[in-house]
Structures are given as structure tokens and as C-alpha cells.
Design a protein around this ligand. Structure first.
Ligand code: B12
Ligand code: SF4
Ligand code: SF4
Length: 313
């Protein structure tokens, strides 16, 4: 069954797949508790909710026995012009990655049910996830042998680096499980040294200082002390991932067709972004992950970059 699930996941279009036994994440619960207590989640109040479900998949999906984790490469084959406000690579695609991964996970589920029966799935509750549920996805990917959690807190695959999304499918059957790989960060601290806002300590992110949080999740304007540190990013941030030697050595642009980039990413120069209006935004980013930040927030973020440019020019 393990073999079948992995082969099917790859044939459907995922780049990697691993499986771990569903169990309580007791160490993670301690870590998460102190992270939340320290207020490092900022205004992401959804991270406080569903603590039991987040730290035990059997609370989320009753009867769950196995956690299947899949990876989808999002290292894009295109780039932005140098003077454009930077958009983090995860958001380049025309179709939001949540939509893409959910539809691929549905295919995987159908294949498993066709072969092994409907008792594999708890169809009374949601059982496939990407991003927006109380699931510690990086930890499940790590337990499923797909990589280790780097000092920048992202999952790194020894074969692919870390430009990939994670998706999860919970099964109510036992199968064979994968063996975790060891941490290979060694004495490297490049991500920590490169982070412009000093948001990182080894294996610990203060999300309130992260450019990704400030430019997307925070509903109020980017904090004044962070604005001069945005480093060209108007939405998200890729710096700690870009400098990681595992990406420099291992990451290759995807060749699959699931995440075709929206054409403005490679076409639009700075002035095109500056003159973008609400109607254009709604049309161009209709199905894209960029929508999460919203037009007003994105324009405001772009304004902060221009502010810095005009001050220094
Ligand atoms: C909230 C969130 C954010 C927040 C907070 C990030 C963070 N590090 O937690 C913000 C908005 C800042 C963010 C930014 C980004 N994110 Co984000 N984010 C999430 C989300 C929705 C939840 C993460 C979460 O639970 N955080 C809470 C913290 C405490 O958990 P944690 O760091 O994972 O640590 C847990 C375990 O790893 C473990 N652990 C970690 N260290 C240690 C050490 C010890 C000793 C122990 C015992 C346990 C332990 O315990 C912790 C608590 O249980 C996940 C999707 C999901 N549902 O998992 C995506 C996710 C993590 N994000 C993702 C991405 C791509 C990004 C960005 C690259 C996007 C961008 N370019 O802007 C950046 C990267 C920033 C960074 N350096 O991490 C991907 C990561 C893919 C990968 N390769 O790992 C995910 C998995 C989404 C997805 N489905 O693909 N993100
Ligand atoms: S995403 Fe950017 S701001 Fe956030 S931890 Fe990484 S380098 Fe720092
Ligand atoms: S940059 Fe270095 S320390 Fe940071 S995640 Fe990559 S290998 Fe680990």
C-alpha cells in the first residue's frame, strides 16, 4: 500500500510523497505552546485555535491512523524584472496553490479508495489539507521522511531543496511508514544572517518580524521599523530560502504544468505595478494567491518601497 500511494502520488504530478503514523505531537505541543505564549504569532489568531486538533491528527480526523504528505515544487521557471516590487515565488501562479493541491489530493484519494475501499477515509470530516487547517504540515513531512526542518523553519528536502508546497491526506488505515532523515544544516547560519529583520533564531521564527507576515497577514500597515527593511518585497519574502545552500545545490525550476505563472510576473516593471488599479488587480489575480493580501494592502506595500526609493534617490 505504501508503494502504491507513493507511486500514484508521483504519477498524479506531486514531486514527492511520504507516510507517517498518526500520533500525538507531544514535543511540538510544548514548542507551540511557548511560541504562542511569547506572542510570536502576532495577529494570526487562527494559530491559537484548535490546539488539540493541531497537535494530534486523531482529534482532527477521528479514526486517523496514517498521515500521507506530498510535496509540489514551486520553484518557478520565470523571474520578475529587476526594478519590479518583488512578489514571493509561491504566489507567481495564475491559479492559487491551494486549489491546485486540493485537486491533486482528490485524485490521490480516489485512487486509494478505488483500490483499497472507502474505509480508508473518514468521509464525515475534511481529511485532506493544504495550509489552511490546524495541521503542522512541516512536522508531518519531516516525520514522513521527506526532509528536515531547517534553521529557517522551512522543510528542506535533501533531493529538492525547499521551494515546494506541502499537502496532507489523512487515512484511517495502517500502512508501512517512512523513516525521518537527519538534520543537515550543520554549522551553517546563512538564513539567520541574511534575514533583514532579524526574525530568525535557529529553528525559531518570530513571525511578527517576518516580512511575509507584515506584507500579507497583518491587517494594519507594515510596522514603521520594518518598512526600510522590506528589501524590495511587496508580498511575502524569499530571502532566507534563497540563500540556503540546499536550494542553490538542489533546487530546479518545475516542469509540471500545474503552476503556470501569471504573465504580469515576468512582464510588469515597477511603473506597471504602481499604476495598477483595483479593477485590474481583481481581473489579473482573480484565481491567484496574491488575492489574500488584497488590493489596498499590496498597493500600500508597494508605496513603502517607493518611499524608500524616493528618499534615497
Ligand atoms: C502561519 C504560517 C506562516 C507564518 C508563520 C511562519 C512559521 N514559521 O510558523 C508566516 C506568515 C510568517 C509564514 C511565512 C512563510 N511561509 Co508559511 N505557513 C504558515 C502555516 C499556515 C502554519 C505554520 C505554523 O503552524 N506555524 C506555527 C509554528 C510554531 O510552527 P512551526 O514553525 O512549523 O514549528 C512546529 C514544528 O515544526 C515543531 N518544531 C519546530 N522546531 C522545533 C524544535 C523543537 C525542539 C521541537 C520539539 C519542535 C519543533 O514544533 C512547532 C510547533 O508545533 C503553514 C501551513 C501549515 N498548516 O502548516 C504555512 C507554511 C509553513 N508556509 C510555507 C511557506 C512557503 C512560507 C513562506 C516561504 C512564504 C513566503 N515566501 O513568504 C514564508 C517563509 C517564512 C519562514 N522563514 O518560515 C509552506 C512551507 C513549505 C516548506 N518547504 O516548508 C507551508 C507549509 C504552507 C504549505 N502548505 O506549503 N507562514
Ligand atoms: S521570510 Fe524574510 S523576513 Fe521572514 S524569516 Fe525569512 S528572510 Fe526573514
Ligand atoms: S541556510 Fe543553512 S542554516 Fe539555514 S536552513 Fe539552509 S542549511 Fe540550514
Amino acid at each position: 500500500m505504501q508503494q502504491f500511494i507513493k507511486e500514484t502520488a508521483l504519477s498524479i504530478g506531486f514531486d514527492a510523497c511520504g507516510i507517517a503514523r498518526a500520533e500525538a505531537l507531544t514535543e511540538d505541543a510544548v514548542f507551540l505552546h511557548s511560541w504562542l505564549e511569547a506572542g510570536m504569532h502576532g495577529e494570526m489568531s487562527y494559530l491559537v485555535r484548535n490546539f488539540e486538533k493541531r497537535t494530534d491528527p486523531r482529534e482532527l480526523v477521528p479514526g486517523c491512523k496514517s498521515v500521507v504528505t506530498v510535496l509540489l515544487n514551486y520553484c518557478p521557471p520565470v523571474s520578475q524584472p529587476n526594478d519590479a516590487p518583488r512578489i514571493a515565488r509561491y504566489a507567481f501562479s495564475e491559479i492559487d496553490y491551494h486549489t491546485v493541491i486540493k485537486s491533486l489530493l482528490a485524485k490521490l484519494e480516489t485512487a486509494i479508495v478505488d483500490k483499497y475501499g472507502s474505509e480508508c477515509i473518514n468521509s464525515n470530516v475534511q481529511h485532506s489539507f493544504v495550509d489552511s487547517a490546524p495541521v503542522l504540515e512541516r512536522r508531518w513531512a519531516q516525520k514522513a521522511g521527506l526532509g528536515w526542518i531547517g534553521k529557517h523553519t522551512q522543510l528542506i528536502s535533501p533531493e529538492m531543496g525547499s521551494w515546494f508546497f506541502i499537502g496532507v491526506l489523512m487515512l484511517n488505515v495502517e500502512t508501512e511508514y517512512d523513516i525521518p532523515v537527519t538534520d543537515r544544516c550543520g554549522s551553517c547560519t546563512r538564513c539567520i544572517d541574511a534575514c533583514p529583520t532579524q526574525a530568525l533564531e535557529p529553528h525559531l521564527l518570530n513571525a511578527t518580524r517576518c516580512i511575509s507576515y507584515q506584507t500579507i497577514e497583518l491587517k494594519t500597515p507594515v510596522a514603521e521599523d520594518i518598512r526600510p527593511l522590506l528589501s524590495g518585497f511587496a508580498l511575502g519574502c524569499d530571502i532566507c530560502v534563497e540563500v540556503c545552500p540546499w536550494n542553490r545545490k538542489k533546487a530546479v525550476p518545475y516542469t509540471h504544468s500545474h503552476l503556470k505563472a501569471v504573465s504580469v510576473i515576468s512582464d510588469w516593471k515597477r511603473e506597471d505595478w504602481v499604476s495598477m488599479d483595483n479593477g485590474g488587480f481583481a481581473q489579473i489575480f482573480k484565481h491567484s494567491a496574491v488575492k489574500r493580501a488584497g488590493f489596498a494592502k499590496l498597493k500600500e506595500n508597494i508605496g513603502f518601497l517607493n518611499e524608500k526609493k524616493s528618499e534615497t534617490s
